[in-house]
Design a protein around this ligand. Structure first.
Ligand code: NAD
Length: 499
């Protein structure tokens, strides 16, 4: 379905969001749950907008027991795939009905510009659910080429109890990426949203129940990572955890698994993605727009952010001029304003981290080309201007570490080999984009770059039909999106029927 470009006013954002009381609690059908809460602070103006539940390992134990019982009883798993599809489609219809409210929740909770929530995040969230709902009754097994002695069936069974541990940068969308494929395959899912952004996950789960998803098949436990996330990772009766977040915490999940029941772990982690502008690149408005979007979209709080710009020396001057010019369109301001492109950093601690990288880049000798200021005049004061540093060498911190904030590192090169070497000179490998008119170079470079998604002459993460995930320390164990994502939520069984 296509979505017309939507706008709502600040008053409407508040009105929509407030209807939900700005509360997110555990969604576990049980009486004896913990009652502790955490303040929910909006990064927009640093005010407390509500509370979220702060769960414990006991809450996780209860949720896992319910999920296990549900899985074994088959309340969801044994429904015909077409029945699961019908329920998922009812859920999608409810998401359409509550579209503006869901967008408003992500805006208020994460400080994402409302225009983005309305025109990117929520459409992508619903498209993900619709696509997987449609796929629910189209997943086939295989028959092995056994000859006449036996019939060998290769079947995909749901893996069981799945923990979905989510980041804060695309709250509704990351929920969709995990929950939709896990549910259509018949698993019992326990969602743990990021503690900074639990509101849309709470509302989406409530809508799931309204659509007919059993409460035992989809639950939510709110709270801190070191409590709820760790308890899911360490639980001996959780069969799989699908995690999106930092590489640092991703590593912990591998340890949790090794120390508990060897549960399957799929990690979607951080990045330090290159954008390469070759000497033959056409730097028209569309290219400039895409380079800036790769670098600064979502305040650069984006795992596939193109935070390293590698440019052939012959193009550098003209490119930097065009980028500076293009940046005038990137208004820093309140997420409630429909023309805002850059909102605040998600929280004070993260803002401090970004400021540290800003200072380090200056201290290490990078040349400030654009931006570089903090907008203390705005709301919370956690607003950072989109910033470009030139002359960033491969040994500088800004070249190596994921900032997750709007700092773009520019490095020049002289040859294709040098560009590819620089592009791959990172521990990450999530995404890359490059610009060239040479078709042979396009194929050569796309093959040489070690990243899960490579886009040519534009910035893209692909869409719901294409798998998304990382090489090297950007990921582990599987992919989100596309039909490829389904394999992380299933086990393969051979059924050997002797003639
Ligand atoms: P994070 O790693 O801090 O947190 C992610 C989740 O893990 C949260 O739900 C958090 O509560 C939980 N968690 C934190 N500490 C934990 C612990 N000790 N044990 C168990 N769980 C714990 O990440 P974030 O700051 O929310 O998100 C930003 C990161 O996510 C960036 O590095 C970004 O690149 C990455 N990311 C990756 C993708 C992708 O698809 N590859 C997408 C979005 C974000």
């Amino acid at each position: 379905m296509t979505f017309s470009k939507k706008q709502i006013s600040k008053e409407q954002v508040f009105e929509q969001a407030k209807q939900q009381k700005l509360w997110a609690g555990h969604l576990i059908d049980h009486k004896n749950l913990s009652t502790a809460t955490l303040d929910n602070i909006t990064p927009i103006d640093n005010s407390i907008i509500g509370q979220i539940a702060s769960g414990t390992s006991d809450d996780v134990d209860i949720a896992v027991q319910i999920a296990r019982d549900s899985f074994e009883n088959g309340e969801w798993r044994r429904l015909a795939p077409a029945e699961r599809k019908a329920i998922m489609q009812r859920w999608c219809a409810l998401m359409h009905e509550h579209f503006e409210e869901l967008a408003a929740l992500d805006c208020v909770d994460a400080g994402k510009p409302i225009t983005e929530c309305l025109n990117t995040d929520m459409p992508a969230t619903i498209e993900t659910f619709e696509w997987y709902a449609e796929a629910a009754d189209k997943v086939f097994g295989k028959v092995a080429p056994t000859g006449s002695a036996a019939l060998g069936l290769i079947v995909q069974e749901p893996i069981g109890v799945v923990g979905a541990v989510l980041p804060w940068n695309f709250p509704a969308q990351m929920y969709a990426w995990k929950v939709a494929p896990a549910l259509i395959m018949g698993n019992s899912v326990i969602v743990k949203p990021a503690e900074l952004t639990s509101l849309s996950a709470y509302r989406l789960t409530e809508l799931a129940y309204e659509a007919g998803v059993p409460k035992s098949a989809l639950q939510m436990v709110c709270g801190l990572g070191e409590n709820v996330g760790a308890a899911l990772g360490q639980h001996r009766d959780v069969d799989m955890v699908s995690f999106t977040g930092s590489t640092e915490v991703g590593r912990l999940f591998l340890q949790y698994s090794a120390q508990s029941n060897l549960k399957e772990i799929v990690l979607e982690c951080g990045g330090k993605s290159p954008q390469i502008v070759f000497d033959d690149a056409v730097l028209d408005d569309a290219a400039i727009n895409d380079i800036l979007s790769a670098a600064f979209w979502n305040m650069s709080e984006n795992c596939s952010c193109g935070s390293r710009l590698l440019v052939h020396s012959s193009q550098k001057e003209s490119l930097l001029d065009k980028l500076k010019d293009g940046l005038k369109e990137w208004k820093v301001g309140s997420p409630y304003d429909v023309d805002t492109a850059i909102g605040p950093m998600i929280e004070k601690a993260h803002f401090d981290k970004v400021c540290h990288y800003l200072q380090t880049a200056k201290d290490e000798g990078a040349t400030l080309v654009a931006g570089g200021s903090i907008r203390e005049d705005l709301g919370s004061g956690w607003y950072v201007e989109p910033t470009i540093f030139d002359n960033v060498s491969a040994d500088m911190t800004l070249f190596k570490e994921e900032v997750f904030g709007p700092l773009l590192a520019v490095t020049s090169f002289e040859s294709e080999d040098e560009a590819v070497k620089l592009a791959n000179e990172t521990n990450f490998g999530l995404a890359a984009s490059f610009y060239t008119q040479n078709i042979k170079r396009a194929y050569r470079v796309a093959s040489a770059i070690k990243a899960g998604t490579v886009s040519i002459n534009g910035f893209s993460e692909g869409d719901i039909t294409t798998p998304f995930g990382g090489y090297k320390q950007s990921g582990f164990g599987g992919r989100d999106n596309g039909l490829e994502a389904l394999s992380q939520y299933t086990q393969t069984k051979t059924v050997w029927l002797v003639n």
